[in-house]
Ligand binder design. Structure first.
Ligand SMILES: [Zn+2]
Length: 190
C-alpha cells in the first residue's frame, strides 16, 4: 500500500500517510479560520499618481510653451488631447492595479489575492510559515505615508518578493499597518 498523495509506503491501513494526513488537517484547520482581522489593498490617489508622472507633466508644459510661442494653435490642441488620453490611460491602469491586490489577515493565516485582467492569483500563508514582514519606501512614498509592504514566507530569498510571499504596493499609513500586523502575527505564532 502506498500513500495516495505522496506515494510513500504506508505502515498502517488506509490510503494516505500520517504526514499527508497532518498536512490535510492543518489545511482544514486553516480553512476554518474565517475571521478577518485586518484587510487592505493598495492605495490609489490622484495626487500621488501625478507626482509619479511629474516628468510627463513637465514635458507637456514645456512643449505647450514652445507651441504657443510659435503660434501653433492646432498643435497645442493636439498636444492637450494626447496629454489627456495618455494621463487618463496611465491613471486607469494604476487604479486597476491598486485595487487588484488585496490582502486579508485572519487569526492564523494571511491571504493575498491579485485579480487583474485574466490573471487570478491567490496565496495563503500561515503565520508559522512567515519569515519576515517589512516595507520599502521611496522618498515620494514617504511624503504620502505610503510604502510597499513585503511579506516573506519560508523558502523566499531576501530581497526578492514573489517567490514565497507577496508585495502590496502603496499601502497607506504603512508604518501603522506594519505595527498592526506585528500584533496579529506576533503573540500566538512566533
Ligand atoms: Zn503521503
Amino acid at each position: 500500500m502506498k500513500c495516495r498523495i505522496c506515494g510513500a509506503p504506508l505502515k498502517k491501513e488506509g490510503d494516505i500517510c500520517t504526514n499527508c494526513y497532518k498536512k490535510y488537517q492543518e489545511e482544514e484547520e486553516l480553512k476554518k479560520d474565517t475571521k478577518e482581522v485586518l484587510k487592505f489593498n493598495g492605495k490609489y490617489s490622484i495626487a500621488y499618481e501625478f507626482t509619479k508622472y511629474a516628468w510627463i507633466i513637465a514635458i507637456f508644459i514645456l512643449s505647450s510653451i514652445v507651441c504657443i510661442s510659435a503660434g501653433g494653435i492646432l498643435e497645442e490642441f493636439l498636444l492637450i488631447l494626447i496629454f489627456v488620453i495618455l494621463m487618463g490611460f496611465l491613471l486607469f491602469i494604476d487604479k486597476r492595479l491598486a485595487i487588484a491586490r488585496k490582502v486579508v489577515f485572519y487569526e492564523k493565516k494571511v491571504v493575498y489575492t491579485f485579480n487583474f485582467l485574466f490573471i487570478n492569483t491567490e496565496k495563503v500563508v500561515k503565520y508559522s510559515d512567515l519569515t519576515d514582514v517589512t516595507y520599502y519606501q521611496t522618498f515620494r512614498q514617504k511624503r504620502f505615508g505610503y510604502g510597499d509592504l513585503c511579506v516573506y514566507a519560508k523558502g523566499a530569498f531576501p530581497g526578492t518578493t514573489l517567490l514565497n510571499g507577496f508585495q502590496i504596493k502603496n499601502v497607506e499609513n504603512v508604518k501603522e499597518v506594519l505595527e498592526a500586523i506585528g500584533q496579529i502575527i506576533g503573540p500566538n505564532n512566533k
